[in-house]
Ligand binder design. Structure first.
Ligand SMILES: [Zn+2]
Length: 465
């Protein structure tokens, strides 16, 4: 879309980009970009591909996932296991639509040879395949011949993507075919009268889902993550963790003994439909609906009654925001040193005026613990961001509701996002500052630089006793 205030200049910029792109194409410099986007250049209908990149050559299954009236998403997968990313109800509908397909592997990048365009018929398809890789045409033809009495769907998996073709015999001939020998002979003698519908694959396997947005950085897949607290910060963080791979290959355990109340709704990830449910269970149910194949468990009890879940954790996240509970958890983890998990504590200060988090590495005897940075009074800490006179202002208890600290959803969402970043930095073993502060209310806070706090010699938790 053109910039409405400078349309002329913008149009000239676009023309210059076109000139530059055409020059690159003429010089052959655009070949790599075109190769990497080959499925788009195939100009086919979209098919979602849930095959892992190393899938062997052989039969596959094609499912139609309902997407409302007259709409469906087509999914290519090795078998029904590929449907595991969809909720149960959709899986049942999809199972009824299962169609056989055949996947042929191509070791070289898919491309169009000189003067070759997108195939329209079976003869073109085989010619394109032969030009891509010697012998690919023979294997495609063999796969097609094995499709007798099935709708013939052929897909080619290559390092630069997956494309497919649905082979359609002329209707009169299709009706007259009685034997497999005749069918195979038809495929040989009227190839240019057999039309093909092209399909362009777009990846949808679980590794792609959880890795795509993290680039080369590792996410949380394969890790054992325990999230303590599914309240205002924890509920948003639970979703961020699952999106970043927690629960995929590894596991994600949500721990919180509280139930959802109407007063939570304005700043919690969950809504009115979950009032009265345990927050941990309700968060797990929502996440399982989004990521059915992920290994996500909930424990609707205090972590102090279920300390055993900490034993196998790689990462424990404390989003309780309760000073006493956080320090009790810190004490448990400090006692596991130097074989303990990493811990990330995240909390809000004042009425959501600032968000802070601290990474503690309990796999070492070095480094501070949570108690090292918790001074009394809190305002004497060098990490305290509230300005004098901006102390926490709770709302007094009223009929039917306990006292609470008012703030909107922005502060816990910011805190959750900051904690997630700390989790991902831990996962890639980055040497980022262990303690981070984000100011939410600028008038109520001062700048606290991100830093890695030093341990306190006489810390009652981790110091010399
Ligand atoms: Zn300490």
């Amino acid at each position: 879309m053109l910039d409405r205030y400078q349309p002329g200049e913008h149009a000239l910029t676009v023309l210059e980009m076109i000139r530059h792109t055409l020059a690159e194409i003429c010089d052959g410099e655009a070949d790599a970009a075109i190769l990497s986007e080959f499925p788009q250049h195939w100009l086919g209908n979209i098919v979602h591909v849930a095959l892992p990149p190393n899938v062997p050559e052989g039969s596959a299954e094609l499912y139609s996932i309902p997407r409302g009236k007259d709409r469906a998403l087509l999914l290519l997968t090795r078998d029904a296991q590929g449907l595991s990313v969809f909720p149960e109800a959709l899986r049942r509908d999809a199972m009824a639509s299962c169609t056989r397909a055949w996947v042929v592997r191509c070791g070289t990048a898919l491309h169009f040879a000189k003067d070759m365009v997108q195939p329209e018929n079976f003869a073109d398809l085989l010619a394109w395949a032969a030009a891509c890789e010697p012998g690919l045409d023979t294997r495609l033809l063999l796969a097609a011949k094995n499709c007798f009495k099935r709708r013939c769907w052929l897909f080619v998996m290559a390092p630069n993507g997956c494309v497919g073709a649905q082979v359609k015999l002329p209707p009169l001939i299709d009706k007259s075919i009685q034997t497999v020998q005749f069918y195979r002979r038809i495929l040989d003698i009227i190839r240019n009268k057999i039309l093909v519908t092209r399909w362009s694959g777009t990846p949808m396997h679980t590794d792609f889902i959880f890795d795509r947005n993290l680039g080369t950085q590792p996410g949380l897949a394969g890790r054992s993550v325990v999230l303590v607290g599914c309240g205002t910060i924890g509920s948003h963080l639970a979703k961020f963790l699952a999106q970043s791979g927690a629960g995929h290959l590894g596991n994600l355990i949500l721990v919180d003994p509280d139930t959802m109340s109407p007063g939570n709704i304005g700043r919690h990830w969950l809504g009115p439909g979950q009032v009265g449910q345990f927050k941990a269970d309700a968060c797990r149910d929502e996440l399982k609906a989004m990521f059915p194949s992920s290994n996500i468990r909930s424990i609707a009890e205090s972590i102090l009654d279920r300390k055993s879940v900490l034993a196998k954790a790689d990462l424990v996240i404390d989003a309780t925001g309760e000073e006493a509970l956080s320090l009790a958890l810190n004490e448990i983890l400090v006692r596991k040193r130097p074989l303990g998990p990493a811990a990330i504590h995240v909390w809000l200060i004042g009425n959501g005026a600032a968000a802070q988090c601290l990474l503690v590495r309990h796999n070492s005897l070095e480094g501070c613990c949570l108690k090292c940075i918790r001074t009394s009074p809190a305002a004497s800490s060098p990490y305290w961001p509230l300005v004098v006179g901006e102390e926490t202002q709770p709302v007094a208890a009223t009929c039917g509701e306990a006292a609470f600290v008012p703030y909107g959803v922005a502060a816990p969402a910011i805190a959750a996002a900051m904690a997630l970043k700390a989790c991902l930095d831990w996962s890639r073993n980055a040497s980022e500052p262990n303690m981070r502060t984000i100011r939410v209310e600028f008038g109520a806070t001062v700048e606290v630089p991100d830093t890695t706090p030093k341990p306190i010699f006489d810390c009652p938790a981790c110091g010399q006793r």
